[in-house]
Structures are given as structure tokens and as C-alpha cells.
Design a protein around this ligand. Structure first.
Ligand SMILES: *[C@@H]1O[C@H](CO)[C@@H](O)[C@H](O)[C@H]1NC(C)=O
Ligand SMILES: *[C@@H]1O[C@H](CO)[C@@H](O)[C@H](O)[C@H]1NC(C)=O
Ligand SMILES: *[C@@H]1O[C@H](CO)[C@@H](O)[C@H](O)[C@H]1NC(C)=O
Length: 433
């Protein structure tokens, strides 16, 4: 039942319980409903405009935060030394034995100053995490909004290590700043706890995540597969995590330098022993390299003009001191033909990186030509009348068709501005790093 209908239904029950429903009462009910409808409509419109996700709503799909019990004992700690956490919603009916695990995103920190600043936010400390979060999109429990996964067990793992769940340093005395770089241990310890809570008995499972959590999905996909029995279906869906090792508009390797810092700070290279014997550890942190060794069926969902990547990889502030890209970075409709040409070059680079993935039979992809980021956890982009479509399929339909082997899904959109169903974000400020 939709949130609005749910509220009306409850109001009706409440009125019915009061024995005599008179005319005045009925009028009040109508007025109350109208007021509610207006609130919902304006709130919705705001979300459409700035693309942000509502943190709570009348939809009562709020899920409690659980802090990891074994955090201290396993040294699986957020940057500030607090225990990491996750939100678990139990499955029901035909979904009771199926598990969907989502890894939260939120950029990375590249040095001690930036990681110390993170300790004061939910991305570095569970002391700052919301005690409840609303589940949307692929996490929704409403069938009409999430047709294939609505009744699965669903977990949102909070991100508080600053390096996509993959750093691992023993010593927390980082030049006196006291920072824990333990993403890898957080991953392992939370998986152990979820296995005990029922994941070990899963009949079907899906690891997913967006942005830095999408990168973590590439990194941990085969680990996740290895935790579960061989005979069950396990797949991975990485959303908005295919970060490109491309030069920026000034010809500089901005993202590679950034990843180089993250990888060295948190000793992430250990995760990729084969890759680091061939190239710089920082390059091993890019999905182009990571996917070479992935054996589990993988779905790559990425917009060709990923808004985060346009803002931080293609046209970072440091290479645009005059801010001549600013209005284009906030709204694709403001871009001039030269800027759109750069976007098309970026799209070509993505498609080149995916050329081998296209030939893997069990893999899926959905590369839409929209200016957006994180399309699985937003109810509008995931599955709604306003969803971006390719071949008339929403992202939820494409992912479901691939997961359940209903058809082969290798959807690559034509170049901007060809797709009229695009949902393009409009920002007032760029994404923060
Ligand atoms: C710690 O301090 C030393 C000396 O100032 C410096 O060389 C090193 O890079 C610092 N370590 C980190 C992780 O910033
Ligand atoms: C998105 O979710 C909110 C909260 O449940 C709901 O009010 C809104 O109608 C949804 N939008 C779409 C397009 O499904
Ligand atoms: C597109 O899909 C919708 C259902 O999602 C269907 O109603 C519509 O007829 C389809 N349109 C075309 C052109 O196939």
C-alpha cells in the first residue's frame, strides 16, 4: 500500500472507531486528507528538483540501525573507533530466504586532515549515524516500486571507513591523529554477523551498492559469492561505481592522484596482490582493473554522464579556476557544445572500458545517457512512471530480467540528448568529495 493510501486508511479506521461519523467529521477528514496530499505533493516536487533523497517520510518503511556486536573484539571500527552499523529489514513470504545487501556510498578521504574531518560525520562515526533510515528504490518494501526484491531480506551497510570497505592498517596512531583504517575488517565482521542472522541459509542473494559503495561492490563481489553455498544464485549489481581513470579538462590526472592518496593512506594495495605486481597500486582501485578478475555474474549500472564523475573527474574545481564549467556541472542543460563534446569523450571512454564485459554471457549492463548518480536507491529512477528507460524497460525491470535469467540484458543508450525518458539531476552545489 502506498504511503498516502496508508495514511488515509488509518484515518478512516480511526474515524470508524469513533462511533458516530457526522457530517462535520467527514468534512474534517476530507480537509485533513487534502492538507496531507498538498504536503506530499510539494515535498515530492522539491525532491524532483534537487535530486536529493528524503531521509524520512510518511511511508513508514523506516529501518533501525544495528551496531556491530563484535566490533571491538575484531578491530572492525569506523574511522573514529566507534562500532560500524547496518540496517536490516527482514524478508517475508516468498522473499524470506533471499538476501539483498547494499553497501552505502559517500566518497573517500585522501589524507589525515580529511579523514579527521569525517570523524565528525556519519561517514566516519556511528555516533553521528541516524538511528533509522528510510528504505527506497531497490530497498523499498512496496511491490509496485520494487517488483522483484520488495519482500527480500534487505540490509543497508553504513559506510564509515573512508576507503570503500577495503583499507586495513593495524596501527591507529596515524601521526597522532588516532584514525582507524579498517574497512576490510568491517566488511568481514558484518558479513559474519549477517551469516548468523540468516544470510548463511540464503537461497538467492544479491550484493549491491552505489558510488563508493558501488566500487566496494566490485571489490567484494567474489568475496560475497565465496561466503555462500555453491548451489545458490549469487550475483552483484554495482551502481554508479564505475569510476574512470581519465584525464580532466586541464589534461591532469586528478582522480588518479586522489586514488593514489587513498590507496597509500589506507594500504588498500594489499587487496589487489595480482594487480599491484603489474601496475601502480592506485590504478588497481579502478573498476577497469578490478572487473578483470571478477568471476561472479555482475551487472554494471552506470550513467554515461555520471554526475559525480563529471563534477570531480572530468571537470574538477582545480582545473576550472574561472568556474566556466560550474553551471554545466550543475545542470546538463546549461552545457555548451564544447562541454557536451567532452561529455561524449567521457562516454566513449566508459564504453571502451566495458568492451570485454559486453561479451560475458552472465553479465548485464545498463548504461543510460543521463546526468544522474545512484539510480538504484531513488524510487523515481529505480522504478516509476518517471524512470529513465532503455528499450522501454526501467532499471528495476532490466536488473530483474538479468537476475532471474528472463533475458540477456546489455542495454547501452544512444548518446545525449537522445533519450527523452532521462531523469537529469539539477544541483544547487556540486556533490562534496
Ligand atoms: C606522518 O608524518 C611524517 C613526518 O612529518 C610524514 O612524512 C608522513 O607522510 C605522515 N604520514 C601521513 C600518513 O600523513
Ligand atoms: C517516492 O517515494 C515517496 C515516499 O514514499 C512517495 O511519496 C513518492 O510518491 C514516490 N515517488 C514515485 C515517483 O514513486
Ligand atoms: C512500454 O512499457 C509499458 C509498461 O511498462 C507499456 O504499457 C507500454 O505499452 C510500452 N510501450 C511500448 C512502445 O512498447
Amino acid at each position: 500500500m502506498s504511503s498516502f493510501a496508508d495514511v488515509i486508511h488509518r484515518l478512516r479506521l480511526w474515524w470508524r472507531r469513533r462511533s458516530r461519523v457526522n457530517a462535520a467529521g467527514a468534512l474534517t477528514l476530507v480537509l485533513l486528507s487534502l492538507a496531507l496530499l498538498l504536503t506530499l505533493t510539494s515535498w515530492d516536487r522539491e525532491n524532483v528538483l534537487d535530486g536529493s533523497l528524503p531521509s524520512s517520510s510518511l511511508n513508514s518503511n523506516l529501518v533501525d540501525l544495528t551496531l556491530l556486536k563484535s566490533a571491538e573484539e575484531k578491530g572492525a571500527l569506523c574511522l573514529d573507533g566507534s562500532p560500524p552499523g547496518y540496517h536490516l529489514q527482514k524478508g517475508s513470504g516468498s522473499g524470506s530466504d533471499n538476501w539483498l545487501v547494499h553497501l552505502e556510498g559517500g566518497g573517500w578521504c585522501r589524507n589525515l586532515a580529511a579523514c579527521s574531518a569525517r570523524k565528525r560525520t556519519s561517514l566516519g562515526s556511528s555516533r553521528h549515524m541516524e538511528l533509522q533510515v528510510a528504505f527506497f528504490g531497490i530497498l523499498s518494501n512496496v511491490k509496485s516500486q520494487n517488483p522483484d526484491f520488495y519482500n527480500w531480506n534487505k540490509v543497508k551497510i553504513r559506510y564509515c571507513d573512508g576507503a570503500s570497505f577495503s583499507g586495513n592498517r593495524d596501527n591507529e596512531l596515524q601521526n597522532g591523529t588516532n584514525l582507524f583504517f579498517r574497512g576490510q575488517r568491517i566488511w568481514e565482521a558484518i558479513m559474519d554477523e549477517l551469516l548468523v542472522k540468516g544470510l548463511a541459509n540464503a537461497k538467492q542473494a544479491l550484493l549491491t551498492g552505489c558510488s563508493a559503495g558501488g566500487l566496494a561492490t566490485y571489490i567484494h563481489c567474489d568475496d560475497f559469492r565465496a561466503l555462500l553455498p555453491k548451489e545458490i544464485t549469487v550475483k552483484c549489481l554495482a551502481d554508479g561505481g564505475f569510476f574512470l581513470d581519465e584525464k580532466d579538462i586541464g589534461g591532469k590526472r586528478t582522480i588518479r592522484a586522489f586514488y593514489n592518496d587513498v590507496v597509500h593512506l589506507q594500504d588498500v594495495g594489499k587487496r589487489f596482490p595480482d594487480c599491484v605486481s603489474l601496475m601502480e597500486p592506485s590504478q588497481c582501485f579502478f573498476p577497469r582493473e578490478i572487473i578483470k578478475s571478477i568471476k561472479t555474474p555482475l551487472f554494471i549500472l552506470n550513467p554515461a554522464y555520471d554526475a559525480w564523475q563529471i563534477q570531480h573527474i572530468l571537470a574538477p574545481e582545480t582545473s576550472d579556476p574561472q568556474q566556466s564549467w560550474l553551471s554545466c556541472k550543475l545542470n546538463i542543460r546549461n552545457c555548451n557544445p564544447n562541454q557536451i563534446e567532452s561529455f561524449q569523450g567521457f562516454r566513449e571512454a566508459l564504453l571502451n572500458s566495458l568492451s570485454e564485459a559486453k561479451h560475458k554471457r552472465e553479465w548485464g549492463m545498463f548504461i543510460n545517457s543521463c546526468f544522474v548518480h545512484c539510480q538504484t536507491i531513488n524510487n523515481i529512477t529505480w522504478h516509476s512512471p518517471y524512470s529513465p528507460r532503455i528499450n522501454n524497460k526501467t532499471i528495476a525491470e532490466a536488473v530483474g530480467d538479468w537476475y532471474f535469467d528472463r533475458r540477456e540484458v546489455k542495454e547501452i543508450d544512444c548518446a545525449y540528448p537522445c533519450n527523452p525518458t532521462c531523469y537529469n539531476l539539477v544541483f544547487t552545489n556540486p556533490y562534496s568529495l
